[in-house]
Design a protein around this ligand. Sequence first.
Ligand code: ZN
Ligand code: ZN
Length: 365
Amino acid sequence: MADLIVARPEGLYCPPGDFYIDPWRPVARAVITHAHSDHARFGHGSYLCAAPGRGVLLARLPGIALETLPYGAAITHHGVRLSLHPAGHVLGSAQVRLEHGGQVWVASGDYKVEADGTCDPFEPVRCDTFITESTFGLPIYRWPTQAALMAEIFGWWQANAAAGRASVLYCYAFGKAQRILHGLMRHAGADAALPGPIVVHGAMTALNSAYAEAGVALPPTLTTADLPARSPALRRALVVAPPSAQRSTWLRRFGESADAFASGWMQLRGTRRRRGVDRGFALSDHADWPGLLSAITATGAPRIIVTHGNVPVMVRYLCEQGWQAQAFQTEYGDDAGDDDEPAQGQGQAQAQAETTPESSEEQGA
Ligand SMILES: [Zn+2]
Ligand SMILES: [Zn+2]
């Protein structure tokens, strides 16, 4: 039987359907798994995404010719039945299920298995061939629960506020920022007693609005325009900013502050050191190693294709465990400024050098 999805220079291609999934070069028809910039690019003739992802995709790519499909609904294109299923990664993120000639293939884009309240949770979809990412595909990656991470972030903010200094938390503007806002609000509970105001960087306001319009509960936030320069409230504030704001003049108005970075890569001490922040919170939009394996197993697929991240490690491991596993050459995961992807020099080599990420922290040079 011919493969339902193949790797072409433009992107992942479905030959019988004549469309692409998350293509990185301009094509006529693109199915988009989610709006992170390594998966959703300008230049395609037409776009299809999951209905809840409409607002964020248009915020990223205004003016595109976009059609949407509710999760679970199916359309048939050139005899290929296509449906989209939640990937639990960011708002609107979808796994693409294709059925044709008695075969079912699922291309999952980026995914995370723990539900976070800001998007529909990951849904296992049975298939014959499953296409998976492997961003954190090394056994050392095991995330604390989100509740534990939110408690940690909240406690850090509380301690800083009590000491009269702002808490600057760096995270990516799309997905991570909204999860942190939502998670802290949930952590604060019914009385919503936060240690101080939340100030968000201008890069995040449009995406926050898109989340709010999609019905995701977010706490009230301010921008620096709402607060006078020497406002005492700034000394208790949580400042949520993209990594690009680090060492910018925009930060000076907050005076003395503590800083931290929220990303899965923070599980590695080398990344924390390179970022030069006081604290790291290992909060990721991607599945950790046990999450990847549970998602792969839940599909029931005997054949697995790995697209990005720690590809050789995952392929080798799956083959050893009896799967029929292979790799696709893709251009995903190369946008360090946007997704929860490695910045230069991060990733596999560093991770393999750090086989005991937390325990060796105190001995680290
Ligand atoms: Zn992504
Ligand atoms: Zn990605």
